[in-house]
Design a protein around this ligand. Structure first.
Ligand code: GLU
Length: 467
């Protein structure tokens, strides 16, 4: 049997981390067993679905590198097929028209509550033989009345539901459009799904869907209901806990592999190993090993993982992602130093790529303003002659390499009888706008003669303008 799994998001918002984790688990399971992974966009709720959300899902999948073998399929393009199945269920006697109005249903539920019963549709239209004039009916599935359904869940084990607890669910709305529980089953049959891996908010849908599978003479898939993700306060992870959309993690400077690594560990572990390459994930992951309990999102841990990935990734790989961030901030890297070399200066420290952009942008943009405190301390009348002297020394320096540049700074300090910091720090402010940079000689070597001289010239004019 070829394993076939799917990710079936409803495009009613961005791709959030919970969805991404479900997608990752489905993807890993298919990849591990040499199966296929399908992407299906469940866009039948026309009011809540949007083209932007579809795009956000596609972008998120692409950024995470979760490639699919088939799809994206769109449910809105399959209405004819759903209609066909609804008709089939009607003809088989497994579905019926229900004419109950909202008020009638509400009164029914109130009576049930008053009698201390669980509110549920009581099947009163099951045996109607004549339509009610002037009412557009819904269509309900005839759920079996007796017996029970077992959901075979690879995470939780078998979960049994009594049919007496499941009511006849609506499979078509008055306008004939199909509902979620019907479309999912039709698609899972047509797309030959062997495993349905999804959030545990769908647990109560599964027995109902299995009954529809049975009515359609199809073998139900195996299920894996993945527990939810909680925020650090124990409540279900949501926007108020900060970033939850996958793309906002990109924007904040996370590497996709760090986020994937973080997500795989949310509810799954392999001994005490924390860092997994994609290949290791594929080899070691198994859906049976996912925890039953909910897991909590921990941003500090994600940051730590990101830092580890930044540290060990090749500069060329980081450059691919960093370039996106720089372009996004309109920073043109074509005229400045090789990005890969700049990256090596920051790899050991940066927690995010956004942080790396902030600290390295001066390599590509000469600052036109300075941090006030840094300038007040370092761009002064006293530092002016030192900067002027350095301008000449650097202009004349034969070799633009860290070591001779260091010598120039040292000689200038000695000649003027000041500490090296008194020479170095004004240059640092001139080139970065602030007082932080990697080792100055290496920084200058990378920045290049032309840019260094321009920055020092600008700082000199700035000091003169202050007078
Ligand atoms: N479209 C459903 C959702 O986004 C998922 C359905 C499923 O995986 O079966 O919650």
């Amino acid at each position: 049997m070829t394993i076939r799994t799917r990710f079936a998001p409803s495009p009613t918002g961005y791709l959030h981390v919970g969805g991404a984790r479900t997608a990752l688990f489905s993807w890993l399971y298919a990849r591990k067993y040499g199966g296929q992974f399908v992407l299906r966009i469940e866009d039948t709720d026309l009011e809540r679905s949007s083209a932007e959300s579809v795009q956000a899902i596609l972008d998120g999948m692409k950024w995470l590198g979760l490639d699919y073998d088939e799809g994206p399929f769109y449910q809105t393009q399959r209405f004819d097929r759903y209609k066909e199945i609804i008709n089939q269920l009607m003809e088989q006697g497994d579905a019926y028209y229900c004419y109950c109005s909202k008020d009638e249903l509400e009164t029914m539920r109130e009576e049930q509550r008053a009698n201390k019963q669980k509110p549920r549709y009581d099947g009163r239209c099951r045996h109607l033989t004549t339509p009610k004039a002037g009412v557009e009916p819904v269509i309900r599935f005839k759920n079996p009345i007796e017996g029970s359904v077992v959901v075979k869940d690879l995470i939780r084990g078998d979960i049994e539901f009594n049919n007496s607890e499941l009511d006849d669910l609506v499979i078509a709305r008055p306008d004939g459009t199909p509902t979620y529980n019907l479309t999912v089953v039709v698609d899972d049959i047509d797309m030959r799904m062997t495993h349905v891996i999804r959030g545990d908010d769908h647990i109560n849908n599964s027995p109902r869907q299995i009954n529809i599978f049975k009515a359609l003479h199809a073998k139900p898939p195996l299920f894996a209901h993945v527990p939810m993700i909680l925020g650090d306060d124990g409540a279900r992870l949501s926007k108020r806990h900060g970033a939850v959309s996958v793309m906002s993690y990109r924007d904040e400077g996370f590497l996709p592999e760090a986020l994937l690594n973080y997500l795989v560990r949310l509810g799954w572990s392999h001994g005490d190993q924390e860092i997994f390459t994609k290949e290791e994930m594929v080899n070691l992951f198994d859906i049976q090993d996912v925890n039953k309990a909910a897991s909590s999102f921990n941003t500090d841990k994600l940051l730590w993982l990101n830092q580890q990935y930044i540290k060990v990734s090749s500069p060329a790989h980081i450059a691919e992602h960093l370039r996106w961030h720089l372009e996004h901030k309109n920073i043109d890297t074509s005229a400045g130093p090789d990005l890969k070399q700049v990256i090596t200066l920051y790899q050991d420290r940066a927690k995010t790529l956004a942080e790396m952009v902030d600290s390295s942008r001066f390599f590509y943009i000469i600052p036109d303003s300075y941090d006030e405190k840094a300038a007040n301390k370092n761009l002064t009348d006293k530092s002016l002659p030192l900067l002027e002297e350095m301008l000449v020394r650097l202009r004349d320096s034969k070799q633009w390499l860290a070591e001779p540049l260091h010598e120039q700074i040292k000689e200038c300090a000695e000649k003027n009888d000041v500490g090296m910091g008194k020479v170095a720090q004004p240059i640092r402010v001139a080139i970065t706008g602030n007082t932080v940079s990697p080792s100055l000689d290496i920084t200058l070597e990378l920045l290049g003669r032309e840019r260094t001289l321009s920055a020092i010239e600008m700082a000199i004019s700035w000091i003169k303008d202050q007078a």
